[in-house]
Design a protein around this ligand. Structure first.
Ligand code: ZN
Length: 237
């Protein structure tokens, strides 16, 4: 069993975990990589003896803890900028004192207290991309559906692992939010492809002929699309 203690001496406060062990004959001090001090002591060792040992090693403890803290800080030091593709442009993520949000058309501001890589940062970025996908993909679909004179039902934005889009027999279209990483021309191809399934629920020559009417470069776009594997650079989500 381990208990938590704090000891004040010569202007410092040292917190430590105390583990007493019947088999132990000497007091041992250990500092882990997080800088936490663990004191292992014989079961009957008086507290004042333990505290005396800690005080005697005070300088070593403080130095070792400071080293652990600075190497921990280095590990989480974030980049000044993160640049991610966004449609045909580049989205720049900037850390700033302000609140989370888009400050200029292609600059997303992330509060300073977000570390890197931080689950909250990755979640905020995904949230932002999904939000943009809702607006941009929805309006592109409406425009193309008008051009193709096609009726659609619901549009859902998803995070499918292996597909960019799908179209159900009821006319429900789902699109992957990671399409936002791809160039506009390829997104247009995906939309034309899914909407063409409203007329042909297969990949027959008639289907491809319909696709080619609205995207004459569809072969090139299809080949390019296959080359995009996983555009999301973070593996935490
Ligand atoms: Zn298809």
């Amino acid at each position: 069993m381990s208990t938590c203690h704090a000891l004040h001496f010569s202007g410092h406060t040292v917190a430590y975990h105390l583990k007493r062990d019947r088999r132990r004959t000497r007091i041992k001090l250990e500092i882990n990589t997080q800088g936490e001090l663990c004191v292992k002591a014989p079961a009957q060792a008086p507290n004042r003896v333990i505290e005396q040992v800690i005080k005697e090693h005070g300088q070593w403890i403080i130095q070792t803890q400071q080293q652990a803290a600075s190497s921990h800080q280095e590990a989480i030091q974030r980049p000044d900028l993160i640049q991610l593709p966004f449609l045909d442009e580049t989205l720049t993520v900037r850390f700033s004192d302000g609140e989370l949000g888009r400050v200029e058309p292609n600059i997303l501001q992330i509060p300073m207290d977000f570390e890197f890589p931080d689950e909250r940062l990755v979640a905020a970025l995904e949230h932002w991309y999904r939000f943009q996908a809702h607006g941009r993909l929805r309006s592109s679909i409406d425009t193309v559906a008008d051009q193709m004179d096609t009726q659609i039902n619901k549009v859902t934005i998803r995070g499918q692992k292996t597909r960019w889009g799908s179209c159900s027999s009821k006319g429900n279209i789902s699109l992957n939010w990671k399409l936002m990483f791809l160039p506009n021309s390829i997104i247009q191809y995906v939309i034309v492809h899914e909407l063409a399934h409203r007329t042909h629920m297969n990949h027959s020559p008639a289907f491809w002929s319909l696709v080619s009417r609205y995207d004459p470069d569809y072969k090139k776009h299809r080949t390019l699309l296959k080359k995009f594997k996983e555009p999301w650079p973070f593996n935490t989500v």
